[in-house]
Ligand binder design. Structure first.
Ligand code: S3P
Length: 424
């Protein structure tokens, strides 16, 4: 993919549905009895992976454009798949499904592409084993074999904040004897806690703990999926770092556990406004971002779990800011779709930015002139998108190797970038 510099960036749009919420809508619908309809379901390949795996488990799932309909018949109607379930590139698909499958009395093998097979799954296997399921990893990685049933509730203290692990344990807990509590060290996205009640299931919340009761039955629900907050980050940063630019995104998910990146951008001097339209079940509204004179900042490590997917986009803003930007407490970035600390440091470095890799984060000395170059995505959608935004602000063209991976979360991305880039 070749990206030419852009003099400015403009856009006024509604984004495809949020990936995290779409995965949950499909999976909860498959566990429920009755029909679930998810409107504005994500166009991401990852969310298609979830539908693919559910169908392989005997679930009826239809898709007509962005409307997904699941005909739920409860978890008892799930059938053993003939082959290993292929979650593609999607860690969320694999980890969330593991939790749901821990309650099913048959053997399933969960696997995925090369990147997913390098990612850690012991963090999800350990609590499921403690609940009584068989969970066998391959040296801590997928393929992951789950054989479930006969689960006991438990209290699980999570060593790292992870919405995927939290959700997996809660979904197992719904099929366990007694109550199940998960406690996190820091708040991670809370879509599961907010969405389960829409499916008729109570979730008790107490600070950083969430509790469900075993034996709860889900019933089908109507879900309107808000625009993807993580996709929004790339367009917001494009508007902030280019001159005479403005983007307006309507109907975006604005949960605080997803929009901490906006706080950081504001702390950097970014002109970003949000307007809340609804708060139930999730905060949703518009974001308006315009060209800004940015300066560096030190990101509070306590915020990191709430902006973990937006670090590549923030790194681009940091390159265009004056002064030093430091982000630490993000060791998790090393085990995402790629080692994102290494990947973004390398990519932005090739474009001429002064970026330094830290063991658990990055430090950027802003203000360097960016120069188009050959860069690589390392097969990671968020790295490809961040480098593309940086390339708009560079002098001369940039070639991104492996840019097609953006389909994993945001297939419309390059089209929107082209449309929005004011090249006249
Ligand atoms: C997600 C949780 C996060 C995030 C991922 C989506 C989710 O992962 O990075 O993109 O939908 O629950 P972790 O749970 O590993 O932090």
């Amino acid at each position: 993919m070749r990206i030419e510099p852009a003099p400015s960036f403009h856009g006024h749009l509604r984004l495809p549905g949020d990936k995290s919420i779409s995965h949950r809508a499909a999976l909860f619908g498959a566990l429920a009895e009755g029909t679930t309809r998810a409107r504005n379901y994500s166009s991401a390949a990852d969310c298609e992976s979830t539908l693919h795996c559910l169908r392989a488990l005997g679930v009826t799932a239809h898709r007509e454009g962005s409307l997904v309909t699941i005909e739920g018949r409860g978890p008892e109607a799930w059938t053993p798949p003939h082959d290993p379930l292929d979650a593609g590139n999607s860690g969320t698909t694999l980890r969330l499904l593991s939790g749901a499958l821990a309650g099913r009395p048959f053997r399933t093998v969960l696997t995925g592409d090369e990147s997913l097979r390098r990612r850690p799954v012991e963090r999800v296997a350990a609590p499921l084993r403690a609940m009584g399921a068989t969970a066998i990893t391959t040296d801590g990685h997928p393929p992951l074999t789950i054989e479930g049933g006969g689960l006991r509730g438990l209290t699980w203290e999570m060593p790292i904040a992870s919405a995927q692990v939290k959700t997996a344990v809660l979904l197992a807990g719904l099929q366990a004897e007694g109550t199940t509590t998960v406690r996190e060290p820091a708040p991670s996205r809370e879509h599961t806690e907010r969405m389960l009640p829409l499916f008729g299931v109570e979730v008790e919340r107490d600070g950083l703990a969430a509790t469900v009761r075993g034996g709860a039955r889900l019933r089908g629900a109507e879900i309107a999926v808000p625009g993807d907050a993580s996709s929004a980050a790339f367009l917001v940063v494009a508007a902030l770092v280019l001159p005479d630019s403005e983007v307006r995104l309507d109907g975006v998910l604005l949960s605080p556990t997803r929009t901490a990146f906006l706080e950081v951008l504001r702390a950097m001097g970014g002109r970003v406004e949000t307007r809340l339209e609804t708060t139930d079940p999730e905060p949703v509204g518009s974001i308006v971002a315009a060209s800004s004179t940015l300066h560096g900042t030190t990101v509070d490590p306590a915020l990191v779990a709430s902006l973990i997917d937006e670090v590549p986009a923030l790194a681009v803003a940091a390159c265009r800011a004056q002064g030093t930007f430091t982000l630490t407490g993000a060791r998790e970035l090393r085990v995402k779709e790629s080692d994102r600390i290494a990947a973004i440091t390398e990519g932005l470095g090739r474009l001429g930015a002064r970026v330094r890799e830290l063991p658990d984060g990055i430090a950027v000395e802003g203000g360097a002139r960016l120069q188009g170059a050959a860069v690589r995505s390392r097969g990671d959608h968020r790295i490809a998108m961040a480098l593309a935004v940086a390339a708009l602000a560079a002098e001369g063209p940039t070639e991104i190797e492996g840019a097609e991976c953006v389909d994993v979360s945001f297939p419309e991305f390059f089209g929107l970038l082209e449309e929005g880039a004011g090249r006249g």
